[in-house]
Each structure stands twice: as C-alpha cells, then as structure tokens.
Write a protein of this length. Structure first.
Length: 424
C-alpha cells in the first residue's frame, strides 16, 4: 500500500459514504411526503390524520438536519486529516509537553473537545428548535449546559485513566499489546454495566421506586412468571427533559433494575405496561443483551488487531495527512495518533456494513415481541406500540431502504403484522 493509494481510497470511501447518506435521506424525505396525506390502512382506527402528519413533519425535519450534519461531518473529517488539523495539534503538543504520553493524550482530548464544540449547534438546533416546535422538548438551556458539564467531567474521570492505560499498554506490551488493551476494554465495559444504574444514571435523572402498588403487584407477577429478578422497579423523571416515553432494564447481575419513564406510565394502561415490560424481558430471556455484548467485544478485538497492523505502516499516517515515523513508536506520539486516526476513519470504511447491524437489532426486536405475545396479550402490545409511535412522533411510513440502514427497530407496520401472526 502506498500513501497516495491509501489517500485515494480514503477520499473515495468518504465521498461514497456521504453520497449514500444524502441519497438515503432524500429517499426518506420523498417517501414520507408521498404518504403524508393518508394514514396507512392498518392504523386508521387508532391514528388520526393530524398525528400521522405531525410524525411525518417531525421525521422530515430531523432528516433534513441529518443532511447538513452528513456534509459537515465530511468537511470536519477532511479538516482534521488531509487539511492538516491533527498535524497542527500534534506539532502544538510537541512544543507544549515534553512527555510523549501527555503529547498523545493532549492531541486526542483536543480533537474530542473541538469536535464536540463544532457539533454542538446541530444538537442545540435539534433540541431547542425541532423538539420544541413539535412539543417534545422540556429541557432548559441551563439544564442542557449542566448535562454537558457533567458529561465532560464524567468523561474525564472515567475516560482519561482508561486512555492513559491503553496508550501505556500500546507502547510497552510489544506486538501483542492489542490483546492486553482488549482485556482492559472488556473489563472497563463490564465495570460500567455494574456501576451505571447506581452511580452514573442518577447524575442525570431522578429514580424513584414505583409507588403504584396495584401496578407493582402486576409487574411482580409477570416477572416471576418470566423467571426474572431485579434490584427494583423505578420511575425515571424523563418528563424533565422530554415528553418522549420509554422503558428499559439496565445493569448486570444483581444490579439489574427495571426503569419506566414517567411519561410512559401516564400514557399506557396497566395491561399495555405489562406488554411493554414483557418485551423488555424478552430481550433478557432470549439472551440478547449477552449476545450484543459478546458481539461488541469480538468486534473490538478484531478492530484492535487491525489497528496493530496499521500502526506499523507509514502510509496509514501519511495517507491521512499526518507525518510520523512509525519505526520510533516508543519515542513519539504515533501510538496515540494511530488510535485517533483509526477510530476517526473507521466509520467511513465500515458504513456499508451498517445494514447488517441494523438487521441484527431488528431481529432481536421481533424475537422480544414474540416473547411478549407469549406472556401477555399481543393486542395490548400492539396498542402500546401504536401509542409509543404516536407519542414519539415516529413515522409510520419510513422509506424501506432508509430503514434498512438506520432503523434498529422494525417499522410499525412490520411489527404489528408479526404480532397479528402470533394470534392466528
């Protein structure tokens, strides 16, 4: 591989990926507009035209924002790589710090901070313009900034020691460093699964034990029937930030807990709540969480091995606009730069695999729906799903190809059709 060839491959992959994103977004917009005037036949008794059109307009607004975001992401990536942004930060860090480890960390942190600042307008527009326009946003600017500050501090407390350890292992553990780093990465993620419910999530939301004794008794009965134990049933103040509703279970081992958004409990009937919870328990009973964790760990091992091969090749750095001598890894920043460059360009080269991961996720959703239909009434889950689609303004008519790439959950029409099959 030569430097010029790798640069050509990178630019070609970036242009192709961006073009596909823009093309898919345009398909989504056209498809939604075409079906905006009429509610799909399967939902005409449950969804009125105003709600259907609100979902169409909301989804279209978010899709149009994604068009701008895709173009901006391409420009920003080119600015960091071929235009010399990372090289400029690397030169600055060398003159500022004498320790190579500090040099590497400063470059990575600088790129992350700059990216976050430049991307903030898109998030602000999404939250305070689009979400507010359609009546979903409840977040104030002060709460938004407080969340951002907490996120930065949490990232520093958890992320910086991890980054320091990873870079040290990459430099000191020889050719098999990627195995050691993988072990640390796996351990770190398992630790997060344990501490998230009790220590991280409460930093952003309040969690109160479920007070409705009748509903609690129903849920306890369902959980016993499903063979599920948890550390408690909690209600989260989701309405503090948004009117969107959801339910999930989190944690690992003895820290597992079931969490309901307060907005969800206000909207659904007790039997519909049972059905939604049974769906979430279906993920547990079908071992989806462990399968996804295992898949993620295997994928991370492969990626780290690939990185181990690339970081020894000068064309990898130079082809992305960074001048470095990979023969002197222990004495230079190249370890940190390799890590940074690899994970910045990885989405460009892996984008076409996204339909596979989306398909895998949708398959799990169908399986969880099937389990819920076995444990509760399929009609209850169907009506609950329709309410959730309405409350979240989720379009009932997404473009099929767009959904194939991006949707982790099946479209409503497909989910309801599968549930109806379970009753026949």
């Amino acid at each position: 591989m030569t430097t010029s060839l790798f640069t050509t491959l990178f630019v070609g992959a970036l242009l192709l990926t961006t073009f596909i994103k823009l093309w898919l977004a345009q398909r989504q917009l056209r498809h939604i507009h075409t079906h905006r005037a009429q509610v799909p036949e399967a939902f005409r008794e449950q969804v009125d035209l105003n709600a259907h059109q609100k979902a169409a307009d909301y989804t279209s607004a978010k899709t149009r924002l994604s068009l701008l975001s895709a173009i901006f992401d391409m420009i920003m990536l080119l600015a960091f790589t071929l235009a010399g942004g990372i090289q400029l930060l690397s030169d600055w860090s060398i003159t500022t710090f004498h320790n190579t480890m500090l040099q590497g960390i400063s470059v990575i942190v600088s790129v992350l901070l700059i990216s976050s600042i430049l991307e903030a307008p898109f998030e602000l527009y999404s939250t305070f313009i689009i979400e507010a326009r359609f009546g979903f946003n409840k977040m104030t600017l002060s709460l938004y900034l407080l969340d951002a500050l907490k996120g930065i501090l949490l990232g520093a407390i958890l992320g910086l020691p991890l980054l320091l350890g990873v870079l040290w292992l990459m430099e000191k553990m020889g050719s098999l460093w990627w195995l050691y780093v993988w072990g640390v990465w796996v351990s770190f993620n398992l630790l997060l699964l344990f501490i998230y419910p009790n220590f991280i999530a409460p930093l952003f939301n309040k969690f109160q034990p479920l007070q409705d004794e009748v509903l609690k008794a129903r849920i306890d009965t369902l959980m016993r029937r499903c063979g599920f134990t948890s550390s408690g049933l909690f209600v989260m103040d989701g309405s503090k930030r948004s009117t969107h509703g959801n339910a999930y279970f989190t944690g690992f081992g003895k820290t597992k807990r079931i969490v309901f958004f307060d907005t969800l409990l206000q909207r659904l009937t007790p039997s519909e709540i049972d059905a939604v919870l049974a769906h979430e328990l279906g993920h547990f009973k079908r071992h989806h969480v462990m399968k996804r964790i295992t898949f993620t760990f295997i994928l991370s091992l492969i990626f780290l091995w690939v990185l181990a091969q690339l970081m020894q090749s000068g064309w990898f750095y130079q082809g992305l606009g960074v001048n470095i001598n990979p023969e002197n890894i222990a004495q230079t920043q190249s370890t940190a730069l390799a890590l940074l460059l690899f994970f910045m360009v990885l989405p460009v080269f892996s984008f076409l695999l996204q339909p596979l991961t989306s398909y895998y996720s949708r398959k799990h959703e169908f399986e969880a729906d099937a389990y819920a239909a076995e444990q509760t009434n399929a009609d209850d889950l169907s009506t609950a799903l329709v309410k959730l689609f309405q409350d979240n303004a989720k379009t009932l008519t997404p473009d099929p190809l767009y959904a194939t790439f991006y949707e982790s959950h099946p479209p409503a029409i497909e989910r309801i059709a599968h549930l109806m099959e379970k009753q026949t």
